[in-house]
Ligand binder design. Structure first.
Ligand code: NAP
Length: 262
């Protein structure tokens, strides 16, 4: 699909970070954008800075309220052409210390929230025979890292779901692109900056606008996958050569990225 003035898009997690960069990039192309997040004041302020945007305050875990907000957007703007499942949270730390409620909340927001967005838009896309879904996973979904066991699992779950769904949608006019960002400069880890694992290198982080541009180009080219930065793709080698990827990571990220190999 081509993104332009007749595109109607919804983006979850759009009040800041990658989601806000996506909404802004869509707005710049003239699209009508429904921006979804929980925090009402932050979302409203963010949407006021994006051309053609409206704030749809909802928790992606709350299926009814998500569908209701998207229904209101649909009544105002028309059917959704592009839906981006981007909302996500992270809680890092050794699994044995991870609070069980936080772990379950991550699974709900990152994975169930993705299903909820797809459920809210896919039936109408299939009826019209057109539309595009985007699932924002992570490099951590390609190779899970120590201290991110549950986060990595939610991202791998998104990857598997999106991969199968893209195949299932063959011939329907609806497509799907999976996105695998590396370290991006956002507020994702702001609540845990003082206890990030040693392999995490925030100085390498790139701007969320770079992700947004790559995603929109990926949608327009109907790419199966988008990796930003491109070298994130190498983490996919882990399925075939885990020892090699461990060695590579130790070189680039230090021993904390693969302590078991010794
Ligand atoms: N930053 C990175 O390095 C990185 C790398 C790889 C992948 N990713 C993925 O990229 C996505 C976006 O992350 P980000 O880095 O942009 O994070 P961020 O700056 O923390 O933004 C997260 C956004 O999601 C929203 N959100 C969180 N929980 C939600 C819920 N239950 N319902 C609706 N909205 C919710 C937040 O708003 P409210 O809190 O107000 O709801 C906010 O708008 C996530 O899926 C993340 O896993 C990020």
């Amino acid at each position: 699909m081509q993104i332009g003035t007749d595109t109607r898009a919804v983006v979850t997690g759009a009040s800041r970070g990658i989601g806000l960069a996506l909404a802004s990039a869509l707005g710049e192309r003239g699209a009508r954008v429904g921006m979804i997040a929980r925090g009402e004041a932050e979302l409203k302020a963010a949407s006021e800075g994006v051309v053609g945007a409206s704030a749809l305050c909802a928790d992606v875990v709350d299926r009814d309220s998500l569908e209701k907000r998207i229904g209101e957007f649909r009544e105002r703007e028309g059917e959704v052409d592009l839906a981006i499942a981007n909302a996500g949270v992270a809680h890092y730390g050794p699994y044995r210390d991870l609070d069980r409620e936080q772990a379950e909340r991550m699974i709900e927001i990152n994975f169930i929230g993705t299903l909820n967005l797809v459920d809210a838009v896919l039936p109408a896309m299939l009826n019209r025979g057109s539309g595009h879904l985007v699932v924002v996973s992570s490099g951590a979904g390609l190779r899970a890292f120590p201290w991110a066991a549950v986060y990595g699992a939610t991202k791998a779950a998104q990857k598997a779901f999106a991969e199968a769904l893209r195949h299932e949608l063959s011939g329907t006019g609806v497509s799907l692109t999976s996105v695998f960002p590396g370290e991006i400069h956002t507020s994702l880890h702001d609540h845990e900056r003082d206890r990030m694992p040693d392999w995490y290198k925030s100085k390498n982080a790139i701007g969320p606008e770079v992700v947004a541009d790559a995603v929109l180009a990926g949608v327009e080219a109907d790419r199966r996958e988008v990796h930003v930065p491109r070298q994130v793709r190498l983490l996919g080698l882990n399925d075939l050569f885990p020892g090699l990827v461990d060695r590579l990571l130790v070189l680039l990220r230090g021993g904390a990225s693969a302590p078991r190999r010794y």
